[in-house]
Design a protein. Structure first.
Length: 344
């Protein structure tokens, strides 16, 4: 009888824990949960592909938004779902604005080079033309980085409060100019310090409502992660890349905080390696039709290994809107990617 009572008490305790976990209690209410399914995402992909083909690519702006809305609404933390409020229409208008800006830049560059052709100095028009393209390239990177982050964060919401980004393009430009220059001069050695400085700025200027995230990273520590990752990936013929990716994700999230509370990522290289291998098998044997299930599987893997160490004090967070966020820079990025694909 005593043994039966012990078994009964144990089953009751286990049942209570299961109920609390289902209700969002204990550690699980601090971990991200992704509820997306391959079947639902597959139908979204089918609709997106069909309408994109029918509209000769125009629907692609709505297609991208459809996937982001689905992923956001499928993501849960502490019993609440996220939401994405971007629209395909604003993305399409942003693309048209970027396209107009692109043609203006091309016309001005052509005009300057044509006028310089009359200057009696050899190759001056060619040199100036290349300098203009170089300056534009260096300017586009920070504009796209800041603009895209401002747009995406301003359209993402949780508990009726929007996220946001307060970074400045000029400040990002300084970080990129310094980082790219020193990375080239040091033959890549400086890159971990550049990456740490960039992430520190981007994350520290990201916010939920009026409360900013925090990030503290050491470039030296990241350097050894890169050194180990590159070396072991070479001698294992690429197999170690999964462990390298896991180390990078854990490094970033373990140094990110909100309200002084730290995030944690416990993803492992073995998890990534196993899921990637299985993903290839699914895609190959389903003749590509299993892609949606692969996306859901990998999304769950990377998101559900992230958690926050303590509860968030939502009473201290207030709304803060960003009226400067637009989809124009996403249009610039789309044009840049199209040009890269065409020229590459």
């Amino acid at each position: 009888m005593q043994s039966l009572k012990i078994l009964y008490d144990f089953s009751k305790i286990r049942l209570n824990w299961q109920i609390r976990i289902l209700n969002g209690g204990y550690m699980d209410n601090k971990r991200l949960i992704y509820h997306g399914t391959g079947g639902e995402l597959f139908l979204i992909f089918l609709k997106n592909i069909f309408l994109t083909i029918v509209t000769v690519g125009i629907y692609s702006f709505w297609a991208k938004t459809n996937v982001q809305k689905y992923n956001a609404s499928s993501l849960e933390w502490a019993g609440e779902r996220f939401s994405f409020h971007g629209t395909g229409k604003e993305r399409f208008i942003g693309f048209l604005k970027a396209l107009g800006l692109f043609f203006v830049v091309i016309f001005v560059t052509y005009l300057v080079r044509t006028l310089l052709a009359y200057v009696p100095i050899p190759y001056v028009s060619i040199i100036v033309g290349y300098l203009i393209y170089l300056v534009l390239f260096l300017c586009l990177i920070p504009l796209i980085v800041v603009g895209k982050r401002k747009y995406l964060t301003s359209r993402m919401a949780y508990r009726n409060l929007r996220f946001g980004f307060d970074g400045k393009a000029l400040e990002v430009a300084k970080i990129y100019l310094k980082g790219i220059t020193l990375t080239i001069l040091t033959l890549g050695i400086y890159y971990p310090w550049f990456y740490s400085e960039k992430e520190s700025y981007l994350i520290a200027n990201s916010r939920y409502g009026n409360t900013n995230f925090g990030f503290e990273a050491d470039g030296q520590e990241l350097f050894f992660i890169y050194l180990k990752g590159i070396f072991l990936s070479i001698i294992t013929f690429g197999i170690y890349i999964s462990w390298f990716i896991a180390d990078l994700q854990n490094f970033i999230w373990d140094r990110t905080s909100f309200q002084g509370k730290k995030f944690n990522s416990d993803i492992t290289g073995l998890q990534i390696f196993g899921n990637v291998a299985l993903s290839y098998i699914i895609i190959i044997f389903s003749f590509g039709f299993g892609f949606a299930w692969v996306v859901v599987r990998m999304t769950k893997l990377f998101l559900e290994t992230i958690s926050l160490e303590a509860e968030v004090d939502f009473t201290s967070i207030e709304a803060k809107t960003d009226t400067t966020a637009s989809a124009t820079t996403e249009g610039i990025e789309a044009i840049s990617n199209a040009l890269d694909s065409f020229l590459g």
